[in-house]
Design a protein around this ligand. Structure first.
Ligand code: KG4
Ligand code: ZN
Length: 344
């Protein structure tokens, strides 16, 4: 069985061809650069770009895989959560590819896709059960993965996503958008202990109340909004010259606060569930410092290749292999969903 999948939930136009055994034949990702000058994703612009790009991206994936549409057995697309206008482009295109051929269809949950990136055979497939920390610009989630087709949510962010915290911090420090990688580079030359930001181990050692100023005794939820505000106030307190000369220390301390929160929750979740296997997903998984630190926590760690951690369609195809398949024409009326739980 050969799966063609589309993913257009945010600002990446993606198509992939994946075999039933989890081999990726093609994984094409076109990241829209049009949002950079706005400092964030503009939904309407994202939809329009998806519309312009999607057919060419599908063709490129089929060509790259060396297959034609006639050789596709299952078509899949991300149904949600994400930007509805953006999702609709991928979903409608996928339906239009499947319907004339009367192919079955898989409507995939984006987060299930991030989890299913771990099931692809290109690296070493990671089998359930495991814990999965998904940290991207749009979501921060701790999932307890006990099967190939679902997971339980142990914790999620109450406000900003971890990648969003990186991006907002980067913006305040005058770095571009998206700023996670740039902030990591700046942080490399700084002292993570220089400033005690909320959520950091240093802040907690001083008796601080944890991320976002709230006390989470056993909660596995995340909060990053307080951290962002703390950086803003710190920058207001410093003169421009001080902020400039200490920008690496600010970046390192800010990054440490995000990573301390992520790692503390992951460790707590491993302890609470008695699991010893941890997988990562989402763009923040590209962070070298996070990878280095997680390597030391004593669990078996699985991190998909960077192109499979950030948004991509191979992960959607991977999830489609294990999820529900709707026969033609039952999928024609499917709608996209923006947030929260998938409608039943
Ligand atoms: O998974 P992704 O490509 O898209 C979303 O679904 O959001 O994640 C993008 C996020 C951005 O917030 C970006 O700043 C962050 O991942 N990111 C990083 C790094 N590389 C990308 N954050 C921290 N360190 C990095 N090296
Ligand atoms: Zn994502």
């Amino acid at each position: 069985m050969t799966v063609l999948a589309l993913e257009t939930s945010c600002d990446d136009t993606c198509a992939a061809v994946v075999e039933e055994d989890g081999r990726t034949l093609a994984n094409v990702i076109s990241s829209q650069r049009a949002h950079e000058r706005f400092g964030g994703v503009v939904p309407e612009i994202a939809s329009r770009h998806h519309l312009e790009l999607v057919n060419a991206i599908v063709d490129e994936a089929l060509d790259g895989a060396g297959v034609t549409l006639e050789q596709i057995d299952l078509v899949a697309a991300t149904q949600g959560p994400g930007l509805v206008g953006a999702l609709l482009v991928g979903l409608s295109t996928a339906k239009a590819l499947a319907a004339p051929r009367e192919l079955p269809f898989a409507a995939v949950d984006h987060l299930q896709g991030h989890v299913a990136a771990n099931f692809l055979a290109d690296g070493e497939a990671f089998e359930p059960p495991f814990l999965c920390l998904i940290a991207s610009g749009g979501h921060t989630l701790l999932a307890h993965v006990t099967a190939y087709d679902g997971f339980d949510v142990l914790g999620r962010t109450l406000d900003d996503a971890a990648g969003e915290a990186f991006d907002k911090g980067a913006r305040m420090l005058g770095l571009g958008y998206p700023g996670g990688a740039a902030l990591e580079r700046l942080a490399a030359g700084g002292d993570p202990q220089a400033f005690a930001f909320p959520g950091s181990t240093r802040e907690r050692a001083r008796g601080g109340r944890g991320a976002g100023g709230r006390a989470f005794a056993q909660s596995l939820d995340f909060s990053f909004a307080g951290l962002k505000t703390a950086l803003l106030y710190k920058l207001r307190e410093l003169s421009q010259a001080e902020a400039d000369s200490r920008s690496a220390d600010l970046a390192a301390s800010y990054q440490a606060a995000i990573l301390d929160t992520l790692i503390a929750r992951a460790e707590q979740a491993l302890e609470q569930t008695g699991m010893q296997r941890l997988a990562l997903g989402g763009g923040v998984a590209a962070n070298g410092e996070l990878r280095r630190r997680l390597a030391g926590i004593g669990a078996t760690l699985h991190i998909p290749a960077p192109a499979l951690c950030t948004d991509n369609a191979a992960m959607i195809a991977s999830a489609a292999r294990f999820g529900e398949r709707l026969p033609y024409p039952r999928y024609l009326g499917l709608d996209a969903y923006a947030t929260g739980e998938r409608p039943r």
